[in-house]
Design a protein around this ligand. Sequence first.
Ligand code: ADP
Ligand code: MG
Length: 699
Amino acid sequence: MAEATSIVKGVETPLRYLKGVGPQRSNLLSRLGLETVADALLFAPRRYEDRRHLTSFRDLRVGDLQATTGTVAGISPPPPRSGRLPFQVLLRDETGGFLNAVFFNQPYLVSTFKRGQQVVLYGKVARFRRGPLQMVHPEFELVEEDEEERLHTGRLVPIYPLTEGLGQRRLRSLMHQVVDEFADAAPDPLPLALRERLGLRPLVEALRAIHFPEDLPHAETARHRLAFDDFFIFQLGLALRRRREAGAAGTPMGPPGPLVTRLRELLPYRLTRAQERVWAEIQEDLASGRPMNRLLQGDVGSGKTVVALLTVLTAVEAGFQAALMAPTEILAEQHSLTLGPLLAQLGVPLGLLTAGLKPSEREALHAQIGTGEIRVVVGTHALIQEGVEFSRLGLAVVDEQHRFGVLQRATLRGKGTNPHVLVMTATPIPRTLALTAYGDLDLSVIDEMPPGRKPIVTAWRAESKRPQIYDFLRKELDAGRQAYVVCPLVEESEATDLRAATELAERLRQEVFSEAGIGLLHGRLRFDEKESVMRAFKAGEIQILVSTTVIEVGIDVPNASVMLVEHAERFGLAQLHQLRGRVGRGPWKSYCILMAGGGLTADAKRRLEAICESQDGFHIADVDLSLRGPGEFFGTRQSGLPEFKIGDLLRDGPLLEEARREAMTLMTADPGLAEPEHRLLREALVARWKGRLDLASIG
Ligand code: ADP
Ligand code: MG
């Protein structure tokens, strides 16, 4: 063969080896995350511009984003450096119309345009007073009269994300070169049968079409195929991990015995259908002989605690210890206050382990945990410290798990031998994100509230309404209710937070209520101080609890009917929803008042609107996701969310589900990916997951 000496060109080729890409340009490409040919092939355009039919000037509509073309008919003199005058380029097109391209502060453009030069523009069409149509800061490309021009005009043209110093035309030409030379060499990891069954396009075709599509549907089917790969290979890795964990021997527990039965008799209510359903799912896990690894999602107040308690008792009945870890001391304390008496009636001793214990108390408790005398331990991070040795830990429950990292969960799990793990969250997570960030957990959702909950009247009020709000507060207190007042979030330091909270409490004392009725809760208090404030609030000795955001999670005081949030615009949607969830826990009508000043950003307004409109945590989470995007959704605490090159968690939910189903099916059929038709898939999996998979398990 004539080609015998040529090397096979692989997609792993670094871009800097490509013709026309020197060190300088390859640096620019790195800034876009493009190192190899494979990176470039999967670098999707952010949109396409239809340059088959550019709109003529005559047909441009003011206010629309449009693409058009014309030739340069006049150029304004370079504007003086200091002035505010723009640089303008007057264009004329075949219809005889005019369009002004207007640029501010871009003096270098003066040498870019020449009379008679043809230009393609894309931008928002405007008209200033009676002047000609104009586009301010349009995207533009000069049309060259060369051979290659067909790439840039007369077709659907890809528009890529850029970086300074790398122009659209340059990048497009490079992408064309890459697709032309390398797309054919990209191995298609999907087994043919799978691809055909799902109606996905071949990889080579999809790679070509996502960059240089014939039409928009063509581009979309290409994107669909590549997004599937993204999700599928990710879910395959998760399925592999789950399989490995499922392979470990767990302790079969159940069926529930007399303790569980007696607890159910003691409860003053019946479980909701949703609680029964998730409880059944959990029982199945416990009985399976494999360690449970389940995420229990349920909106604030949906009743997760009792489900956890049933699980705890099942472990106790099987002869094991159970640990319940909460993110704050207050929450741990509260769990022990609500669970303790119930467990006491059942004759099951409970221990509360927090950082606030005196050394002697801690030692005594450690000892009781070590001997197994204490069967149920509730605690904070103190649970996972060294020195805490369980005698037989069979179940680890993590409450409000989004407050913990993956490592902390793993440490708690490590206190037992393959214990069952139940993690709970009251921060509703859109399903697509849950399947991604927690994809290696099984998912249970309590999607129903206990009966009789009344909607919480939620209102957004300006600062000027403060007197009326205080009047209202006073009325509620006179009627015997209690209120939370949450201080503005001050990021800089705990000290500033504290000052703000203290001032607010003082003001309330003067303007609303007598001295005795106001309590202050903040992060600087010692544990026993917090505890006594919480107890006093629960007991009704304190009527208004002024607090920094430490009360955010889990507090349960049914008599509280008002939640007043200061500077609500500084809070995230999930936080506001959590805060609101503190009220409406008793039989009384409850209120959430959001104080927010003027000058709000558009996002802040949408957050406040969303929280006023809806009480459904899952709906609110979806809005939050659309406002912040998947990357920001979890904030900085959560690093578990992977990045997808093409797949978009906002748009591609159903595709993600499909990819997940297919990944599980495939893993069941060929757990080691050992079949020849799965070889490429296996390679793709290794490349995607790098060090994060125990590859021995697919070896
Ligand atoms: P969360 O899911 O936010 O942790 P909790 O477990 O604290 O919610 O429950 C909130 C309140 O609802 C508690 O006071 C609890 O006693 C009550 N509750 C739980 N389940 C039911 C039910 N099925 N019917 C009535 N009240 C319930
Ligand atoms: Mg809870």
